[in-house]
Design a protein around this ligand. Structure first.
Ligand SMILES: [Cu+2]
Length: 404
């Protein structure tokens, strides 16, 4: 509401200014210069304004770097991250240098060669040498940048199979993530959203034995310094898996599997104890403490203090809950990772658990006939509970339609 009022006030002020300028025009003496053609005093004014504008731009740039430079991400926590950061730095530095020089020249020339009654324009048809220089330099610089970028891209994107990366599926749905570890065989079982039913929330194909040892989790744990190959799958709409600290992002597209591979090089603890993160956490907690004082005065419960964790975020606006679509990532030592993974149930054991409880239910209640699952192919999967599969299918269709 305040913003709305401010906009109205600004609009009214603009109208007032415009009206005043009209009154000033009308109140001028009859012999005043009312010509629409610029005279020397107009030219001098415009020349100074040009110079003033570029000085303002430079001051604004310095101000932004000074004040907002701290919002840059810290050192990358993945192996390819430094390559990515160098490419980014080189591109930005080059653009900055070129733009500072060209903007400066443009405005200084506009000031220096401002209109003057006594000057006559010089007729200057062309200059091959000049044109050659201002064509060839950008060609070389841009080609260099593009080739450098292409090499970096293929370095980052090409998966090195010789390194035997650990295969993990990242599964996206409105509005959360699941991770599926491929188990001892390092091979994910086949999966399809049509198999989604009961506890099989990721639609893993029960008939594919590769899926038996797969482990589905709500947190992503990664051993440090081990290459990981992520396979992304979406249940409903377009999502984007975004790992800012690892400089990785990949679209998650319904109906296809995309992939990205990286090697985490910094454990969560190492990142937490880095100077950058300690300062950041402290500044966040200072803000929270301020708020807590106000909350305490109002007799409301205090907020928890903030502690850093890596997170996987969604970077495509995928619906109402998009802002909160995240999964905690823990990068830890190989031993800690193994200990955690050993505690997670395999897909086969989860399904067995469901089938057992399903049999008990069936004994006490009316069993649902298998063909009640209707046309949903999930019904062919040999399980009794067709309802949830149909529900999910419907939701999926609706979500896809909304997205389109
Ligand atoms: Cu999303």
């Amino acid at each position: 509401m305040t913003v709305f009022l401010v906009i109205i006030v600004l609009a009214l002020l603009a109208v007032t200014g415009w009206q005043i300028s009209k009154i000033v025009q009308l109140s001028k003496k009859p012999d005043a210069d009312t010509s629409q053609v610029a005279n020397d005093s107009d030219n001098r004014m415009n020349g100074k304004l040009m110079l003033g504008f570029v000085i303002f731009l430079y001051i604004l740039t310095i101000f932004c770097f000074w004040n907002y430079g701290k919002f840059y991400l810290p050192e990358a926590a993945s192996e390819h991250g430094s390559q990515y950061d160098t490419l980014m730095f080189v591109s930005i530095a080059l653009i900055m240098v070129v733009q500072i020089i060209t903007q400066g020249l443009l405005h200084i020339f506009a000031f220096k060669y401002k209109g003057n009654k006594n000057n006559r324009a010089l007729f200057y048809a062309d200059n091959d040498k000049l044109e050659f220089i201002w064509t060839i330099i950008p060609v070389i610089v841009l080609a260099g940048l593009i080739i450098y970028g292409l090499f970096t891209w293929s370095d980052i994107m090409n998966v090195n199979e010789d390194e035997d990366p650990m295969v993990v599926e990242i599964y996206a749905y409105q509005f959360a993530w699941r991770a599926r570890y491929s188990g001892e065989d390092n091979t994910l079982g086949k999966a399809n959203v049509r198999f989604i039913e009961g506890v099989n929330q990721l639609g893993v194909d029960e008939s594919d034995s590769y899926g038996d040892d797969d482990k589905i989790t709500t947190e992503l744990h990664l051993p440090v310094n081990r290459p990981v190959l992520f396979k992304f799958r979406s249940q409903d709409v377009l999502h984007s898996a975004y790992f800012p600290f690892f400089r990785a992002q990949m679209n998650v597209v319904p109906g296809m599997i995309t992939q990205f591979s990286f090697t985490p090089t910094m454990t969560s603890d190492e990142m937490r104890s880095s100077k950058y993160m300690q300062e950041k956490v402290k500044s966040v907690n200072d803000l929270i403490n301020e708020q807590n004082k106000e909350l305490a005065a109002q007799g409301e419960p205090a907020k928890d203090s903030y502690e850093f964790e890596y997170f996987l975020l969604c970077n495509k606006i995928c619906g109402q809950g998009h802002y909160n679509m995240q999964m905690k990532i823990v990068v830890e030592s190989e031993e800690d990772y193994q200990a955690w993974l050993d505690e997670q149930p395999t897909f086969a054991s989860t399904m067995e658990g469901q089938n057992q409880s399903g049999t008990e239910d069936a004994a006490s209640e009316d069993p649902k006939p298998a063909d009640e699952a209707g046309e949903a192919p999930a019904g062919e999967n040999g399980s009794e509970n067709g309802e949830s599969a149909e529900g999910t299918q419907e939701e999926t269709t609706v979500a896809v339609v909304e997205e389109n």
